[in-house]
Structure formats: structure tokens, C-alpha cells
Design a binder for this molecule. Structure first.
Ligand code: SF4
Length: 369
């Protein structure tokens, strides 16, 4: 059985005002106990599979995996070493200010680094409440290259408060100039219960209008494609051969195991996810060896919906055979008439206009199922 393995590292240096991920700040003293719990959970989950899987990808996400000493991440990798494929893609998300750890991360077998840069202008970084500067990000990228990383992703964010298209263009150009293998481009979303949501409700957060955000997204697509990146998923761009194998597992509807706080798993057509509170997670693992909050078996219809949603996120789109379902076909025709979906050979995909309304198009396509 081939699986992707996701390991959640929730520790962060500070609280970004827009973030609603599962993270903790100022609790690094709990990292050792947490990592021990993750190893226990992983061993139990592997035992319950019955057969030792082969992990073709490992992904340390967060939180900020680089916020804790690399030796602690290595403990996890070492504990499943015999199950890791020799050519596995092993990614760690990293904060640019943690570059002192990059050499060790590389030495411990991490072969893909995902840098949470977000912007290459100090004004946007400040607006996002980030503590690194644009020059820190450039130095971090160069430090990663110097220690040997040949596969680096840069995360960028558009729709930042008071961002102009010109400022966004600077970030895109600086990212292109560094020649990373992969660039992810996300629009800022105002998540409920965050500092940004509270400021937005009070009218104290000036985010660019939707039309400007759409222009920023389209600008990124055009510039990155012109620079030789393939736009292979709504938010992701890669040089040939460098699409994220771990994320492709998700989008190709393949099984994965997630361990740690709030981590999701998808095995044997069952979805499950862990509790979201750090202390609760550790207590559950220490008491029972598991910390699953909920699990559900996908019905055939839920599975079909899932495959359609995941397929449409990819630029190559869905296999056209999905259209043989009469209820989907009817919706497809309506959206093709609005130039939101298009046929390419034997596939169906979002048009450029459809990309801007991707969530809505996906929901509408499956509305009658
Ligand atoms: S570093 Fe990442 S996970 Fe941590 S608070 Fe900021 S955005 Fe959230």
C-alpha cells in the first residue's frame, strides 16, 4: 500500500492575524512531549493498517515545522525509516527567519523546502503581521540553496490589506528572479474568529476590492506561465517535474495518513480527523494511543462529489466521462454556456473566468446529485 504521510507541527513563533490553522504560540517547551505523542500515534495507526505501507511522500506542515529543532523532526522520520520509499519527496514548511536550521533539515533527509515568504515587499509583510523582511526572505532562499536544497517552494499571498497591483507585481517578479522550482499563490481570505475578521467587521481593514484581487490572480498566472511555470492546480505553479507529489496525492484521490494535532487521514474510503487542541491531543494519545475526533465513511455520492471537486482544482481538469451522469451533464451545459467550464480533448476544466469562481462552479456542477 502506497501512502502520503502528513505530520502536523503546530508550534509558531507568533500569531499571524489572518491565520485559522491549528497552531500554538509560546509553547515550544511542549515540543518534546508532542513529538513523542506523534510517534506513538503513528505507530498505532500503522499497526492498525495491518501491513506496513510505503510512504512515497512525507510532509511536515503546520504551524511552523522549522520553529522546533530539526532533530525533533528527524525523530519522526527515523521512527518510520523502513517505510519511506528511497525516492520519497520529503517536504518541510519553513519560516524564512529559521534559516539557521536549514542545513540540519537537509542533512536529515528533507529534500523539499516550502518557504512561507508571502510577499517580497516589507509593507505587505508588515500588513500581514509577519516578522521577516523581504531581504530576510531572499537570504533564506539563498541559504536553502547553499545547503543543497534543489526543490524549493515559495508561498505568496495576494489581496493583502492596502496592496496594489504594482506592489503585487514586485513580489511576483522577485519570486521569479529567484528561480524556485515551485510557487504557490493564495488569495487572502478573512477567516472568522481571527484578528483580521474583527478588524474587517469594524471597517478597519482595507482589503483590495474583488476586481483588483481577480486582476492580481490573473497577473500571477500570466507572469508565472511566461516565466516557464506550469499552472497545474488553482493555486500552484511548478517547473517541469516539480509539481508537489504530496499534494497531487490529495488531488488524485489517493490515500494518506495524517498524524498530529488536527491532522486529517483518508484511508479505505474513510475520512478522519484529530482533535484540534494541543493538550487534549497529547492527553488522548497518552491515555489511549489515538486522538481521532471524528471519522466518516464516504457514501458513493460523497466520493463522487469529492473526486469532482479535486479534479476541477487541477488545470488538466476532470475526465469527461464524469459528464455521462445526466445530472452533472445538465449542470455542465449551463456552466459551459456561461464560459465557466470548457472541454479539452477528453477532459473538462475551468476556464480562466471559471478559475475566479472555482468554488461556486464546483458547487453548481454537483448541485443536483
Ligand atoms: S506562521 Fe503560519 S501557521 Fe503560524 S500563525 Fe502564521 S500563518 Fe498561521
Amino acid at each position: 500500500m502506497h501512502l502520503g504521510l502528513y505530520i502536523h507541527i503546530p508550534f509558531c513563533h507568533s500569531r499571524c492575524p489572518y491565520c485559522d490553522f491549528a497552531f500554538v504560540v509560546g509553547k515550544n517547551h511542549m515540543a518534546k512531549r508532542y513529538m513523542d505523542a506523534v510517534i506513538v500515534e503513528m505507530q498505532n495507526r500503522l499497526q492498525s493498517l495491518g501491513t506496513l505501507p510505503v510512504f512515497n511522500t512525507l510532509y511536515f506542515g503546520g504551524g511552523t515545522p522549522s520553529a522546533i529543532p530539526p532533530g525533533q523532526l528527524n525523530q519522526i522520520t527515523a521512527s518510520v525509516k523502513s517505510a519511506i520509499a528511497p525516492d520519497a519527496e520529503i517536504t518541510a514548511e519553513a519560516n524564512p527567519n529559521d534559516h539557521k536550521y536549514f542545513e540540519k533539515l537537509y542533512e536529515y533527509g528533507i529534500n523539499r523546502l516550502s518557504l512561507g515568504v508571502q510577499a517580497f515587499t516589507d509593507r505587505a509583510l508588515k500588513a500581514l503581521g509577519r516578522f521577516h523582511t523581504a531581504s530576510d526572505a531572499i537570504e533564506a532562499f539563498q541559504a536553502a540553496r547553499d545547503v543543497g536544497f534543489k526543490n524549493i517552494n515559495i508561498d505568496l499571498m495576494y489581496g493583502v490589506p492596502e496592496q496594489t497591483l504594482e506592489e503585487w507585481a514586485t513580489s511576483i517578479q522577485r519570486a521569479i528572479d529567484l528561480c524556485p522550482e515551485h510557487i504557490s499563490v493564495y488569495g487572502l481570505t478573512i477567516e472568522p474568529q481571527t484578528n483580521f475578521a474583527r478588524r474587517f467587521q469594524k471597517g478597519k481593514l482595507d482589503v483590495p476590492p474583488e476586481t483588483d484581487q481577480a486582476e492580481m490572480y490573473m497577473y500571477a498566472i500570466d507572469q508565472l506561465e511566461a516565466a516557464g511555470y506550469t499552472h497545474y492546480e488553482i493555486s500552484n505553479f511548478a517547473r517541469p517535474g516539480f509539481a508537489s507529489r504530496h499534494n497531487l496525492n490529495y488531488w488524485h484521490d489517493r490515500p494518506y495518513l495524517g498524524v498530529g494535532l488536527s491532522a486529517h487521514s483518508y484511508l479505505y474510503n474513510r475520512r478522519s480527523w484529530n482533535v484540534r487542541d494541543l493538550t487534549t491531543y497529547m492527553q488522548h494519545i497518552e491515555a489511549t494511543g489515538y486522538a481521532v475526533e471524528r471519522e466518516e465513511q464516504l457514501t458513493p455520492t460523497q466520493h463522487l462529489l469529492e473526486r469532482i471537486m479535486l479534479g476541477l482544482r487541477q488545470r488538466r481538469g476532470l475526465r469527461a466521462e464524469f459528464l455521462s451522469h445526466p445530472k452533472i451533464q445538465k449542470q455542465y451545459i449551463a456552466m459551459a454556456n456561461q464560459h465557466l467550464l470548457e472541454r479539452t480533448d477528453n477532459r473538462v476544466r475551468l476556464t480562466r473566468r471559471g478559475l475566479l469562481l472555482a468554488d461556486l462552479v464546483c458547487t453548481e456542477l454537483v448541485r443536483e446529485l
